[in-house]
Structures are given as structure tokens and as C-alpha cells.
Design a protein around this ligand. Structure first.
Ligand SMILES: Nc1ncnc2c1ncn2[C@@H]1O[C@H](COP(=O)(O)OP(=O)(O)O)[C@@H](O)[C@H]1O
Ligand SMILES: [Mg+2]
Length: 332
């Protein structure tokens, strides 16, 4: 799905890629027609098109095995795409690998750090891997931002899980990337640490870093993201502003608390697909809030005509969780 339908270039048209004009500025990452078939023939990604906007927090949300790690590994140049192109701030990740890679920091799903090194050394060393000259002031800032400064001389094996994860982030930020990928930053992390991680990510975002995180926790996408991409079975099913996604796909329910108990829904109201709840004391009507005609006016008239009186009513909007489950169950 895409917000407009007029590809700007023949290449984009060929790749089925429509540029994201809503952002107003050129996207910082452009993924066009990317698919991946692993050796052995398993297709993990099916022609993914995606623009990442500069400065946003983008959540790639999908169940285990959906292709999240595959997609970000391709963007980060760790896995090779079978088809398609990716540009990072205009630099093609194949033709201009170094330029593209330098702009990116990646915090992988698996914790991989040298247990016997100190925090300071491991973070400084990673910066060196990118060919950047030593910059102790930057490393100091990163460690302070991540509340690791008082641990800088500690060996990594002595740190808690949450701290180790923050060391991974510090490593990913050591070469001053403009874009940070966090692959399942809070998987297996307890609720309290998760909150701490979210605070860290928000601070990074405020400092101007574009953030792409993958998650299978709906609440994480709901909490953190400006936009959400839902991926399932290797297909990007929908990309949308978080708020719009909830509004656009969210079904609403109108619950009417009746004055008198009903034994059954009268045949005259059969067309509305009503549910009787709370032991016959509530009528629940489910409707699509985006439709011009929600059917509410007609329903209220029909209720009056049937002599059904209610004493109160309220509406509820489905959560991102419900939307997600319904999307993943019935991919378009
Ligand atoms: N190196 C590989 N070889 C073959 N299949 C793989 C490989 N890596 C991942 N896959 C498969 O591709 C699918 C997507 O995996 P992945 O991108 O890790 O999903 P996610 O990160 O969303 O959980 C899974 O079915 C996984 O088993
Ligand atoms: Mg993964």
C-alpha cells in the first residue's frame, strides 16, 4: 500500500515503487522492490517497497519469522537481496557500500560483545572498525547518554543484561551514524528495562537520529513509533502513520445499555449484525469509523421503531493489537 500512485521515475515504476511524498523531504532510506530467497529456496521477502523519513521513529512490526531481521540485514549490507535496490541518503548500498554503511548503526538481535573487554575499549574499538579517527569526547557523550559512564572501566561480563544491551547501542553509535537500526531491542527484556530502553530511544530520536526498530510487541510500536510498517510472511502489508493506522483500520464498537433486558435481537434489526451482550442488557454494534455511512443513524431510528429504549451508550476503538491480529490473519 502506498500513499500515492504515480511513480516519479521509470525505475521506481518498474519496481512498483511509489515515492513517499507525504514526508515533504527526500527519504533517508529508499527500499525498492527488494525480495530475498535464501539458499534452499525459502522466500523470506516478497518485493518490499519502503521509504524511511529523515528523523522518524519507524517500527517494523511483525510476528516471528515475518522477515524483519532479513529486511534490516539487507539494508545494513549484511545479507544480499535477491532483487531490488536500496539507497541510503542517495548512496546505493551495493555501488556505494562504504558511504551507505557509514551512515548506519545496527544493534543486532543477538547480544554479541567481547565479554572480557571493558565498556570503553569495546565501544572505542568499534568506532575504529569504521575507519573513524579516535574521538574520546564522542565516546564519552555516548556512554553518558546511555547511563554507562560509571561502568566505562568495567568488563562487559560483569554487567547486567540491560546494561549489555546498552553497550550494544553504544557500539552502534560509536561512529556517529545518522540512522540507527534496533532489531528487537526489548525482546526478552523485562517490563521495567523496556521502559528504560524506550526512554533511551526517545532521547536518541530527539538528538536527530533516524530510528528503525523491529518488534513483535504491538505495544512497543504503539508506544514508540511515528509510523508503523506491518510485515507478515515476507510481505509489507501496510505502512501508515501510527495514529492513522489505528484510525483507518480500527473498527469501532457502539455499545447501547438497554433500559430493559432483551431475549433476542428483533428480526427488524437483523441487517445490523448486532450482538447481544451482558445477559441481554447491552446491544453491541460494530462499524467502520472511516465509512461515510456508519449506519448509526439508521440503527438508532430502527431501535426507536422497534420500541427498544436505552439509557446509556459508549464507543470503543480497537487497539493496534486487534488491528495487527486481523491484518496478519487475513493478509491482503
Ligand atoms: N540464513 C537463512 N537461511 C534460510 N532461511 C532463513 C535464513 N535466515 C532467516 N531465514 C528464514 O526467513 C524467515 C524470516 O526470518 P527473519 O527475517 O529472521 O524473521 P523475523 O526477524 O521477522 O523473525 C524465517 O522463516 C527464517 O526461518
Ligand atoms: Mg528477527
Amino acid at each position: 500500500m502506498s500513499p500515492n500512485d504515480s511513480p516519479a521515475t521509470p525505475e521506481a515504476a518498474a519496481a512498483g515503487h511509489t515515492p513517499d511524498v507525504a514526508a515533504g523531504t527526500a527519504p533517508i532510506i529508499t527500499v525498492s522492490g527488494v525480495s530475498k530467497t535464501y539458499k534452499g529456496g525459502f522466500q523470506a521477502l516478497k518485493s518490499v517497497n519502503l521509504d524511511i523519513r529523515k528523523g522518524e521513529i519507524f517500527a517494523l512490526l511483525g510476528p516471528n519469522g515475518a522477515g524483519k531481521t532479513t529486511l534490516i540485514s539487507i539494508i545494513c549490507g549484511i545479507v544480499t537481496a535477491t532483487t531490488g535496490r536500496i539507497a541510503v541518503a542517495g548512496a546505493d548500498i551495493n555501488d556505494d557500500y562504504r558511504t551507505a554503511r557509514e551512515m548506519i548503526g545496527l544493534v543486532p538481535q543477538e547480544l554479541t560483545t567481547d565479554a572480557f573487554e571493558t565498556v570503553w575499549n569495546t565501544v572505542s574499538f568499534t568506532r575504529g572498525l569504521f575507519g573513524k579517527p579516535a574521538n574520546p569526547a564522542h565516546i564519552e557523550k555516548v556512554l553518558k547518554d546511555l547511563s554507562l559512564w560509571d561502568k566505562k572501566d568495567d568488563r562487559i561480563l560483569t554487567l547486567s543484561g540491560g546494561m549489555k544491551r546498552r553497550v550494544m547501542i553504544a557500539k552502534a553509535l560509536s561512529h556517529e551514524p545518522r540512522i540507527l537500526f534496533l532489531d528487537e531491542p526489548t525482546a526478552g527484556v523485562d517490563v521495567e528495562l523496556r521502559q528504560g530502553m524506550w526512554a533511551v530511544v526517545r532521547r536518541l530520536s530527539q538528538s536527530g537520529v533516524t530510528i528503525i526498530l523491529t518488534t513483535h510487541y504491538i505495544e512497543e510500536a504503539e508506544e514508540m513509533a511515528d509510523r508503523v510498517g506491518v510485515i507478515s510472511g515476507g510481505e509489507l502489508i501496510v505502512v501508515e502513520e501510527k495514529a492513522k493506522l489505528m484510525c483507518k483500520l480500527g473498527r469501532k464498537q457502539l455499545t447501547l445499555h438497554l433500559q430493559e433486558r432483551l431475549a433476542e435481537i428483533p428480526p427488524a434489526l437483523a441487517d445490523y449484525g448486532l450482538d447481544l451482550a451482558a445477559d441481554g442488557c447491552d446491544i453491541v454494534y460494530t462499524y467502520d469509523s472511516q465509512q461515510d455511512h456508519t449506519g448509526i443513524t439508521g440503527l438508532l431510528t430502527a431501535l426507536r421503531d422497534s420500541g427498544i429504549k436505552f439509557r446509556d451508550l459508549h464507543t470503543t476503538q480497537s487497539s493496534l493489537e486487534e488491528i495487527f491480529v486481523s491484518l496478519v490473519r487475513s493478509p491482503k
